[in-house]
Design a protein. Sequence first.
Length: 370
Amino acid sequence: MKLGLFMMPLHPSHRLMHEIIEENADKIIHADQIGFDEAWVGEHFSATTEPLSAPMMFMASLLRQTKNIVFGTGVVSLPNHHPAIVAAEAAQFDHLSRGRFIFGIGPSGLASDHELFGNTDMTVRNERMAESIETILKIWGQDPPYDIKGKHWHVKITDAIVPELGVGYMPKPYQKPHPPIAMSAMSPHSSSVKTAALRGWGPISANFCPEYVVASHWGKYVEGCREAGREPTGQDWRVARNILVAESDQQALDWAMDPKGSNHYYFRYLWEVLKRANYTVVMKSDPAMPDEAVTVEGLIESMMIYGSSRTVTEKLLAFRERVGPFSTLLMASMDGSGANRHREWETMRRLATEVLPRVREATRRAPAMA
């Protein structure tokens, strides 16, 4: 099993952007040093709580300060961009990183971003998402002339082409035929997971999904793989979770339930956001539960893995047994202000050096689920 870091990132709204950038940069450098395999960074344009608008720009600043960690966009919201720009920027980052890149894509999940870019209609967003990735793959797969017509965009270079000068040629990625592609998923029985499996892309199950939702993603993954004639091994399936690893179970419980703790803030914030979007079902362990019955503490209990190193190892193995054989665990990155920095760094250290070696040994011995 591989280990990654997934950062939206999410921070209290009063924090200064340059401090947030420095904190998250330090965290990724630390993750690389202690053996994390991947680091994923999100993209949002219109929230002081989620302030990174250009993940590839941010990640490029860390390439020379890291050695092994693979970077993923978590995710590029394709409906909000012209596909030619995304294709060129992603190809450039792939070269900058010499292939330490996974191209994570999604339809966008922040309501204010939807409004900002005129993408409030979910059907249209999904249309634009599908058209964009097809356009990007066509750009990467051919030389000019380009005349790629779609409903929402038209990529055209047919006249201003000078082969001997290289003019009119769109850049191709470092990895051939292109970087690995991953798609985010958070809804129960998400069709995005099946689409990813059909296309040979890697699904990412969000960390704010209850266990039954993650298990439903495995079902859609199996469905997509079998339709594509592939064995559903889970080797390209990533699952994100909120995790706290402490010296003892009691210390982990105290950290998890601390009203000033970053995990408590995280679930409190997301619940309020989803209530305003009328999409609370995605976080409920029981879809029939009324909103009034939901508490932050209940959300933490249903979606967070916490405890001592031994307890977290046991919980992770049991969780994987119940939901399906995902191959990469993504630790959701929380805010690191105040006492939370120590809790975050300590969790990362224990997870990488104490928990994952035991999990890897156990999963190597266990037969794959089918």
